[in-house]
Write a protein that binds this ligand. Structure first.
Ligand code: AMP
Length: 395
């Protein structure tokens, strides 16, 4: 079966067509500037990208263009729409309603809508994407795969904030966690690669991309993760602050004459390694600036890696031990010096990194020594494949 995987943002839509038997990506692409003007980038497997500027007044038109590209006589990969067996949608927030992926029906749409408050930038866009696909493919089954679902197994002690409990009761203010599809995929892959039983492993997954989060996965279940009510909590990220003293919001609002919404915007978009370094949110730029002696870039990297190491230590404590530490996503997969720096804090756990093994990018690999007590690995994430697998499982 061919599964169309859709990841819809407010003005963008990413897609991949995956054959579920071979798990090959037949084509992938991106619609950008939806509702503004419109740019479509389509890439059939093994061929160059084709970039077209074309009007995309709304998401339905964008999905129409995606289908047109997939069925195009020259650059298409299927003969007709009937070759799409199912659609898997990434949905950011499932609140407490979804601990698993689900086949989408009217009640699921309503429940996703009920979570709009918790992810005002993402969930409405996800719903628009689903509706656009339903309109054009009314008889094709659709599945929602939630970023939050994998973390629903966290115990209360991991998801409660130290706040008046009526905020939880009235508004569901608690920690949810994100990147769940990635944490689930990588933790399972770790067990497969090592030939170990998923149900008896203690794994810490470090998803270090532009957004970054860590999870503690014990006996096949997530027991803690670093993101919270929103994806702002936890690690220092490309542009997001991660954990900080909540009193800083009011302090900066007063000093800079900003509203709380404006300060929150700074914490989301102008902070993290970008804000601290004043250079870039991209680790390639930061490494280059640090090499040239830029002290703010050096300090931003130090602070970033130190925070990751502290989280690993706290999750080793949460699980009373750790068997595997796995690095994934853009920075985790492609940045050997970063991995080495993080693991240099973890000698007390019995973790190490062998520089020759660590000199790798984007491949599945054990990078610790044979005698290390904790296995350190690189495991590239594949959220689209995980969504396609979930979709096939449910339809
Ligand atoms: P992601 O959000 O998973 O796509 O990760 C994006 C981030 O990965 C970028 O902002 C870069 O900081 C980082 N990245 C990608 N490639 C490299 C590389 N070769 N070396 C260092 N960092 C990289």
């Amino acid at each position: 079966m061919n599964v169309l995987v859709i990841n819809c943002g407010s003005s963008s839509l990413k897609y991949q067509l995956i054959n579920s038997e071979s798990e090959a990506v037949l084509a992938k692409g991106l619609c950008e500037r939806i509702g503004i003007d419109g740019v479509l980038t389509h890439q059939p497997a093994g061929k160059d990208k084709i970039k077209t500027e074309t009007a995309m007044p709304n998401h339905t038109v964008a999905v129409e263009l995606v289908i047109k590209s997939l069925t195009d006589p020259v650059n298409g990969v299927i003969a007709s729409l009937s070759e799409i067996g199912a659609v898997g949608h990434r949905v950011v927030h499932g609140g407490e309603s979804f601990a698993e992926s689900v086949v989408i029906d009217d009640s699921v749409m309503k429940a996703i809508e009920d979570c709009n408050d918790l992810a005002p930038l993402h969930n409405p866009a996800n719903l628009i994407g689903i509706r656009a696909c339903q309109e054009l493919m009314p008889n094709v089954p659709m599945v929602a795969v939630f970023d939050t679902a994998f973390h629903q197994t966290m115990p209360k002690k991991a998801y409660f904030y130290g706040l008046p409990h009526e905020y939880y009761e009235k508004y569901k203010v608690r920690r949810y966690g994100f990147h769940g599809t990635s944490h689930s995929y990588v933790s399972k892959r770790v067990a497969e690669i090592l030939g170990k039983d998923y149900a008896s492993l203690k794994t810490i997954v470090c998803h270090l991309g532009n957004g970054a989060s860590i999870s503690a996965v014990m006996n096949g279940k997530c027991v803690d993760t670093s993101m919270g009510l929103t994806p702002l909590e936890g690690l220092i990220m490309g542009t997001r602050s991660g954990d900080l003293d909540p009193a800083i919001l009011n302090f900066i609002a007063n000093k800079e004459n900003l509203t709380l919404a404006q300060v929150t915007d700074v914490l989301n978009k102008k902070s993290g390694v970008l804000g601290l370094s004043g250079v870039s949110s991209d680790f390639r730029d930061l490494e280059a600036a640090a090499k040239e002696g830029n002290q703010w870039a050096i300090d931003a990297l130090d602070t970033y890696y130190y925070r990751v190491a502290k989280y690993i230590g706290s999750y080793a404590a949460a699980m009373n031990g750790v068997d595997v530490i796995a690095f994934t996503a853009g920075v985790g997969e492609n940045n050997p010096p970063g991995r080495e720096t993080i693991v240099s804090y973890l000698g007390y756990l019995g973790a190490d990194v062998v520089p020759e093994k660590n000199n790798c990018r984007g491949e599945e690999k054990v990078i610790s020594s044979d005698q290390a007590k904790v296995t350190v690995m690189v495991v590239p994430t594949n959220e689209e494949l995980a969504i396609a697998r979930e979709t096939v499982r449910l339809v």
